[in-house]
Design a protein around this ligand. Structure first.
Ligand code: PAF
Length: 278
């Protein structure tokens, strides 16, 4: 695996790969890599000749400065984890390397997708994320870019982003990787107590319950029931049942583009998210 922190160097390395006719798969990350990220990288390996991973803790997608400062930076461990699966690792050391001299954010029109669900709790987060993804995609110019479906709203926004900025990159959504007990993999799981990690399995249990039994209930009924199943074990921030395309509220189980159930909640002072679609 070749490592670079320079966008210019990365561009010229990738240009020579593309000149040889190689396809490029890209996995953007913020580091603190775990098996969930590795599964994206392995998916990229399956589908493309060359795999590029980036590690950049993007300042513009954090609402709290303290969150940005606290964000785990584990570059040596990250390199070790991915070195056998990835061809190029791009880890810029400064924001200037990605944004240029001055950080100027573009306000993309995602038709309100960015204000639903996570957007309500993290104002500006998705615009910051989209800005950095747009810049990274322009540096890497991949054929395909791989995103985890645990961040389904992010995935939908990135799909819209490539249409807006007219890039040919195909956005691939990859299945959620779970612990044995069903808990969705996340860097944040490391911060949970042993007990917390065990009981947080109630999230995926409840999401699966909704999928299995939804037809017996109205949307409001099952939403209340599901919240009650989790509340007391985790502090529920939201559990929303939405249209899988628009992310807007639905009023019936029919007449939608698929059902998307999205959860966010806290345990051990750690915020966890998860979702299911059917
Ligand atoms: O999902 C993430 O890790 C980040 O939001 C991303 C896509 C790397 C942009 O900073």
């Amino acid at each position: 695996m070749k490592f670079t922190s320079s966008s210019q160097e990365l561009k010229s390395l990738l240009k020579s790969e593309q000149d040889k006719g190689k396809s490029i798969g890209f996995v953007p990350t913020m580091g603190a890599l775990h098996s969930g990220h590795l599964s994206l990288i392995k998916q990229a390996q399956k589908e493309c000749d060359i795999v590029v991973c980036s590690i950049f803790v993007n300042p513009t997608q954090f609402n709290e400065k303290s969150d940005l400062e606290k964000y785990p930076r584990t570059i040596e461990a990250d390199k070790n984890l991915i070195k056998n699966y990835c061809d190029y690792l791009f880890a810029p050391e400064t924001a200037e390397e990605v944004y240029g001299d001055k950080i100027e954010l573009i306000e993309f029109d995602f038709g309100g997708l960015e204000n639903e669900l996570e957007g309500e709790f993290r104002p500006g987060h998705f615009q910051g994320m989209a800005n950095v993804v747009s810049l990274l995609l322009k540096i890497v110019t991949p054929d395909k870019a791989f995103f985890g479906l645990k961040d389904y709203q992010q995935y939908k926004i990135v799909c819209r982003l490539v249409e807006i900025i007219k890039l040919k990159t195909e956005i691939v959504g990859c299945t959620i990787i779970r612990e044995e007990n069903g808990l969705a993999r996340s860097s944040r799981n490391e911060l949970l107590s042993e007990k917390g990690r065990e009981v947080a399995s109630v999230i995926s249990y409840t999401l699966n319950y909704i999928k299995k039994y939804h037809a017996h209930f109205s949307i409001t009924e099952i939403q209340e029931k599901a919240k009650a199943m989790i509340q007391g074990i985790l502090e529920v921030e939201y559990l929303e049942i939405r249209d899988a395309e628009t992310l807007k509220n639905i009023t019936s189980w029919e007449n939608n583009n698929g059902v998307f159930v999205s959860f966010a909640g806290m345990i051990d002072g750690v915020r966890l998210i998860d979702n299911i679609r059917f």
